[in-house]
Design a protein around this ligand. Structure first.
Ligand code: ADP
Ligand code: ADP
Length: 226
């Protein structure tokens, strides 16, 4: 499902000075099977967001190889990557909702990209909005919502199309404890259904309540896989 071999990653900097950005990931190797759940841990600057960016196909490794959903990324063409991206759900740390679109349309996006019939879209969007407790907010625009509500919209959008892989960057930082626990219940159910899930977090209380296999980064190196 996910396999990295000796992956290193350095951001390309625009500067003409020749000064290079720090290496964000250094020779990282690990694999996650289908339906696997992984915490992604490490202090700020350790490389968690950079790793999630590679897994979300937002950048390619500088060196090393990445295989995702049965596809080897380095040689893959743009069209193949675009198809793969539709099978990945991402909860961004800053939510990345479209501010001018109602909550309904934000959440419907992945289904509309799949050209699903509009009556199905309506049913699925209402079901997932009810599940995240936002059934009455479908017509609101993201800037009218609280941080926790926006985060729940981002979660709904990330899972509505039953992606094969879910990547979440601090998905509980705006949620209360009850909501965070429910999100972990959802992730557990999804992983039971075969969805692979990687969750970057600093939420120690949550990790203690839900001990699970962890990938830990320090200075761009993988220092734990277990
Ligand atoms: P974490 O998510 O664990 O806090 P990051 O992946 O954001 O870690 O950062 C890893 C390293 O990459 C840090 O040295 C950081 O400064 C650098 N970095 C992160 N984002 C960028 C970027 N967009 N451009 C250049 N360097 C970046
Ligand atoms: P509550 O605490 O309100 O009873 P639960 O935490 O028990 O809610 O979970 C509600 C149910 O929603 C879970 O059993 C979960 O299986 C289900 N569910 C899982 N994935 C989805 C999804 N993508 N859309 C809607 N419901 C889902």
């Amino acid at each position: 499902m996910i396999r990295l071999r000796d992956v290193s990653f350095r951001y390309e900097t625009a500067g003409a000075s020749g000064a290079q950005a720090p290496v964000a990931l250094r020779q990282v190797s690990f694999a996650v099977p289908q339906g696997g759940f992984r915490w992604l841990l490490g202090p700020s600057g350790a490389g968690k967001s950079s790793l999630l960016r590679l897994l979300a196909l937002g950048a390619r490794p500088t060196t090393g190889t990445l295989e995702l959903l049965g596809t080897s990324i380095a040689p893959a063409r743009r069209a193949a990557l675009a198809r793969l991206r539709r099978r990945i759900g991402v909860v961004h740390q800053d939510f990345r909702l479209l501010p001018d679109l109602p909550v309904f349309d934000n959440v419907a996006l992945p289904l509309r990209l799949q050209r699903r019939p509009e009556d199905e879209v309506r049913d699925e969007v209402h079901a997932i909005l009810d599940w995240v407790g936002l059934g009455s907010r479908a017509a609101a625009r993201p800037p009218q919502l609280s941080g926790g509500e926006q985060q729940r919209v981002a979660i709904a959008r990330a899972v509505i199309h039953r992606p094969a892989l879910v990547l979440a960057d601090e998905p509980t930082n705006a949620l209360d404890e009850h909501q965070a626990t429910r999100l972990m219940d959802l992730f557990r159910d999804l992983s039971g259904l075969g969805t692979t899930i990687v969750v970057a977090t600093h939420n120690d209380a949550l990790i203690r309540r839900r001990p699970a296999h962890a990938l830990e980064l320090a200075h761009g190196r993988l220092v734990r896989d277990g």
